[in-house]
Design a protein around this ligand. Structure first.
Ligand code: PGA
Length: 251
């Protein structure tokens, strides 16, 4: 994908409840305005085949998994591997989402998964984000550590292809404290770029795309791109409401 395109990633999480509802949602989504945009849908694993099949002939809509195992294959009941999702037509994978970190995902496992993703030609969308914004600015150290722990062992060539999703936990989902401001998104964008530049050099850092996620909706999305300089958006609940999501995709 050309790196100057805006990447719009929908994260369906564990929704909707049935194949029928998933098919209905797909039939209402509008991805016709593809100018400077690229779309990625990340359905729950059981629905990957129907979504992949639905967009088989549409080059502008790619499929993402919401996770992969940190192991290549083996006796890991309930897990699924990078190779398996690739065989279904998946190109992207969300890694280190805060909702997965809550159930035990660590920076170390995210790092392993990033390596496996690249080994299997999957583009990782690596989520980072602090749970609180303390007045002393400690969250900067936290973000820096998350970046270095997850990307520190990845080769420069691969790091340049990573997509970072900055998702402050306090701004995600139904329990969000408030929306992130456009100034906060710009500030974090600059900060993340600086950490990446210090570690990997300017050339590599400039190739890494940084997208924003957390309570993105049809009313607030534009400012995160125009002012916040995000290279794209990771959209949760608004991506399940086709009216809202179509506005985000069409504008
Ligand atoms: P939200 O979720 O848009 O519902 O806040 C975003 C995410 O968790 O990726």
């Amino acid at each position: 994908m050309p790196k100057n395109k805006i990447l719009i990633v929908s994260n369906w999480k564990m929704h909707p409840n049935t194949v029928l509802e998933a098919s209905e949602l797909l039939s209402k989504l509008n991805f016709t305005n593809t100018k400077n945009k690229e779309f990625v849908i990340c359905p729950p694993a059981p629905f990957i085949p129907i979504v992949a099949n639905y967009y088989k002939k549409n080059k502008n809509v790619k499929i993402g998994a919401q996770n992969i195992s940190e192991y290549e294959s083996g006796a890991y009941t309930g897990e699924f591997s990078a190779k398996q999702v690739v065989s279904l037509g998946v190109n992207y994978v969300i890694l280190g989402h805060s909702e997965r970190r809550k159930v035990g995902e660590t920076d170390e496992s995210v790092s392993e998964k990033i390596k496996l993703a690249f080994k299997n030609k999957l583009t990782p969308i690596v989520c980072i984000g602090e749970s609180v914004r303390d007045e002393r600015g400690e969250y900067h150290n936290f973000i820096q550590q998350q970046l270095l722990n997850t990307l520190g062992n990845i080769t420069k060539v691969n790091v340049s292809k990573v997509i970072i999703a900055y998702e402050p936990i306090w701004a995600i989902g139904e329990n969000a404290k408030r929306e992130t401001t456009k100034e906060e998104v710009l500030e974090m964008n600059i900060f993340i770029k600086k950490v990446l530049t210090d570690k990997f050099g300017e050339k590599t850092a400039n190739q890494i795309r940084i997208i924003y996620g957390g309570s993105v909706n049809e009313k607030n999305f534009k400012q995160y791109i125009d002012y916040g300089r995000a290279n794209g958006l990771l959209v949760g609940s608004a991506s399940l409401d086709y009216k809202k999501f179509n506005i985000i995709c069409q504008k």
